[in-house]
Design a protein around this ligand. Structure first.
Ligand code: GAL
Length: 385
């Protein structure tokens, strides 16, 4: 009866990065409203996800989870109904351990009853964390359990595993039935965090793919150091430049990460909105074949400057070029290295995903001068000369 979920990386919004514990029904409803008004839904964002801190500290007398009476006075179902009435989908959060990271009840030994509760409430997505896992319990088995419970709860619920890349998760998570899996610790709203996550995940592309995606954590685009959650989010001063947010988004897109927005979308700047709704970048992330990119590094600056090349369905290639260094740098891509020798009599027509126009047809190589922390993103077409 289940529909296969998450063929391509899921897209949506999650409350954690900006709001932490400070969530309520009004926030979720107004965020859903804004998804429609702002064009986020039209751009492909679909899931609205409530993270940790939504429940009472105790289960009810039947062992069921109960929504926090102050934050969600009408319970969860009306919130789900509202989100569905907007044509959007609704996500929630629980944990494989005895408690969530913030100390609320976890689903350990309650997997099947909780999956049933979520299904009754109309939940479409479950993020499943890893705090307070009993030491004697096998984490791999706990994800298999919730995977089985969700697959048999009577509703299509996307399973978003969140064990931060622990226990070599990439090597077994697909078998659990999960649709996406966090592969790193929590992102922080600063450039170093973006860079560290990318460095740790380049080379792990082969583990993601259709129906089970490598989740590099929620997007920080548009946070600009704001949020009730800065204490949890990190010790460095928060915030990136718009250039850094642009590069962060391009990397998550071309590396096939789910695109879960983490800023307060109701207050986002026009720059953040432009980054998050760039249809050409999103199309690269949502390509139906979901092939991961490979990396070619600049020979004289390999640590900091590199290109990512991702085959797209229909014969085009996404090409991203990234400059992590603190000064303007060149990335020169030799077409020979991506399978296009000069003797083929062919070149690449490059469509720029930011100006939304073709910048020309190039043969043998393309060299870009890239500003510090900036990127270029192309959709390349192989053309006969
Ligand atoms: C962390 C998780 C975060 C957030 C938080 C809630 O373990 O990585 O994304 O869900 O728990 O307490």
């Amino acid at each position: 009866m289940n529909t296969p979920l998450a063929h391509t990386p899921p897209m949506g919004w999650n409350s954690w990065n900006t709001f932490g514990w400070n969530i309520n029904e009004e926030l979720i409803r107004t965020t859903a409203d804004f998804f429609i008004e702002s064009g986020l839904k039209d751009a492909g964002y679909e899931y609205i996800v409530i993270d940790d801190c939504w429940s009472e500290k105790q289960r009810d007398e039947n062992g069921r989870l109960v929504a926090d009476k102050n934050k969600f006075p009408n319970g969860i179902k009306p919130v789900a109904d509202y989100i569905h009435s907007k044509g959007l989908k609704f996500g929630m959060y629980s944990c494989a351990g005895t408690h969530t990271c913030a100390g609320y009840p976890g689903s350990f030994e309650h997997e099947f009853v909780d999956a049933e509760t979520f299904a009754e409430w109309g939940v479409d997505y479950l993020k499943y964390d890893y705090c307070y896992k009993p030491k004697s319990a096998d984490g791999e088995n706990l994800y298999k359990r919730m995977g089985m419970a969700l697959r048999n709860c009577g509703r299509d619920i996307l399973f978003s595993a969140c064990n931060w890349g622990a226990d070599n998760v990439h090597s077994w998570i697909r078998e659990s039935g999960a649709n996406m899996f966090r592969s790193t610790g929590d992102i922080q709203d600063n450039w170093f965090s973006v860079k560290n996550i990318v460095d740790s995940q380049l080379g792990k592309q082969a583990y993601g793919g259709v129906y089970c995606h490598n989740d590099m954590d929620m997007l920080i685009v548009g946070m600009h150091g704001n949020g009730d959650n800065t204490e949890v989010l990190g010790s460095l001063p928060g915030g990136c430049t718009d250039t850094e947010y642009k590069t962060h988004f391009a990397l998550w897109a071309i590396m096939n990460s789910p695109l879960m927005i983490g800023c307060d979308v109701r207050k986002m700047s026009s720059e953040a909105k432009e980054i998050l709704t760039n249809r050409d970048i999103i199309a690269i992330n949502q390509d139906i074949e979901v092939r991961g990119p490979y990396c070619i590094r600049q020979w004289n600056n390999p640590e900091n400057v590199f290109a990512l090349i991702k085959p797209l369905s229909g014969g085009d290639y996404a090409i991203g070029m990234f400059n992590f260094s603190d000064k303007k740098s060149e990335m020169s891509l030799q077409f020979f290295d991506i399978g296009l020798p000069a003797a083929s009599g062919r070149g690449l027509e490059l469509y720029d995903c930011y100006s939304h126009s073709v910048i020309g047809t190039f043969t043998e190589r393309y060299a870009a001068q890239i500003e510090s922390h900036d990127c270029v993103m192309f959709r390349a077409k192989v053309v006969k000369l």
